[in-house]
Design a protein around this ligand. Structure first.
Ligand SMILES: C[S@@+](CC[C@H](N)C(=O)[O-])C[C@H]1O[C@@H](n2cnc3c(N)ncnc32)[C@H](O)[C@@H]1O
Length: 321
């Protein structure tokens, strides 16, 4: 029995057959409108052949890492770096064909996959940066350091690309509140403390992996948080643009893109995950909030009650006596 607070989406394919019907599969070349705002159920290498060229403004790739991993029946085995690099190059070539000249690509990986991925990306793109995401929970090991971080490579097709830095600011507590002429310098005094909106760096320590009490959580073994995807999507695409995810899993990219007013296409081979992705896309119609992103800024970890309390105070202040 699940606890009442456990909101994990884990409906079976049988229970979710109505969701699966919303997905499409491809066996011939199509126009982009046919697949826009859809989850494509199928093998990404087969499917990408049928997509037109240069349709994506932003591509977010979270491929199977070079690890032993069971994706509900689809098993991946750790292999040599060379073999993993060949596998990476296969999908990179296919994805590159889908990208507009001004498009950006982000690729998620762990330390064991990162160097092989970097080498391939350098050959096809202009690598702009490496983001380090400090996950709160690490994969445990008694004879090694816990693996508590991941890399996200940021690369572009050309020097002409979108980067909306004002849209991805972080709201941080001010440790040393500095005043000029008695007034806060670049920070704000609130009833709950002092805050400053700062430009984001390439070290992300404000995002936790989804856990069971969060509405976005599914039973997918490697689900990415919506807050993480929101940063990538807000920085590197504009409203109405198309975000493509060729290893869609539980649909986190598509759901976040939808919540932020972008178009999306996701490809996922596992029917179970397609069902969860569609369920989440439906839920986004009712609730487009993204945990950790409110009032146009990204908040530090574990500040949900603070955000709520600040919002209540703002509402109180606005209410006439
Ligand atoms: C690391 S997970 C992505 C998780 C996703 N970012 C999320 O938040 O749920 C990789 C996904 O790629 C899918 N996958 C692996 N190989 C695939 C292929 N050849 N075609 C389509 N999907 C594939 C797996 O089933 C898995 O769900």
């Amino acid at each position: 029995m699940k606890s009442a607070k456990n909101r994990t989406i884990d409906i079976s394919v049988e229970e979710g057959k109505e969701y699966l019907k919303r997905c499409i599969s491809l066996s011939e070349k199509i126009e982009i409108d046919t697949v826009t705002d859809k989850t494509i159920c199928g093998d990404t290498f087969e499917t990408m052949k049928f997509l037109p060229e240069k349709f994506a403004d932003l591509v977010i790739v979270d491929p199977p890492y070079n690890l032993d991993k069971n994706f509900h029946g689809n098993k991946f085995k750790k292999t040599s770096d060379d073999f993993y690099a060949e596998y990476t190059e296969r999908w990179v070539k296919a994805v590159k064909a889908c990208m507009k000249d001004t498009a950006t690509i982000y690729v998620c990986c762990d330390w064991q996959s990162s160097s092989a991925i970097y080498d391939v990306l350098c050959r096809y793109f202009k690598v702009q940066n490496r983001i380090t995401w400090q996950r709160e929970k690490g994969r445990g090991a008694l004879t090694n350091w816990k693996n508590g971080m991941e890399d996200i490579w940021f690369a572009t097709n050309s020097d002409e690309y979108t980067f909306n830095v004002e849209d991805v600011k972080m709201r941080r507590r001010v440790v040393a509140p500095y005043k000029v002429d008695g007034k806060p310098k670049d920070w704000e005094e609130t009833t709950e403390g002092n805050f400053r909106n700062t430009y984001p760096s390439n070290f992300w320590d404000d995002i936790s992996i989804p856990y069971w009490s969060m509405p976005e959580n599914t039973a997918h073994p490697t689900q990415k948080p919506e807050k993480l995807l929101a940063k990538l999507i807000l920085a590197s695409s504009n409203k109405g643009e198309l975000v493509f995810d060729p290893f869609a899993g539980s649909g986190s990219t598509a759901v976040t893109a939808k919540k932020l007013g972008r178009r999306y296409i996701g490809i996922e081979q596992n029917e179970q995950y397609c069902v969860w992705a569609e369920k989440r896309l439906e839920m986004a119609d009712e609730d487009n909030s993204i945990q950790g992103y409110a009032d146009g800024v990204f908040w530090e970890r574990n500040t949900a009650s603070l955000q709520k309390s600040l919002r209540k105070n703002v509402i109180k202040e606005k209410r006439p006596e």
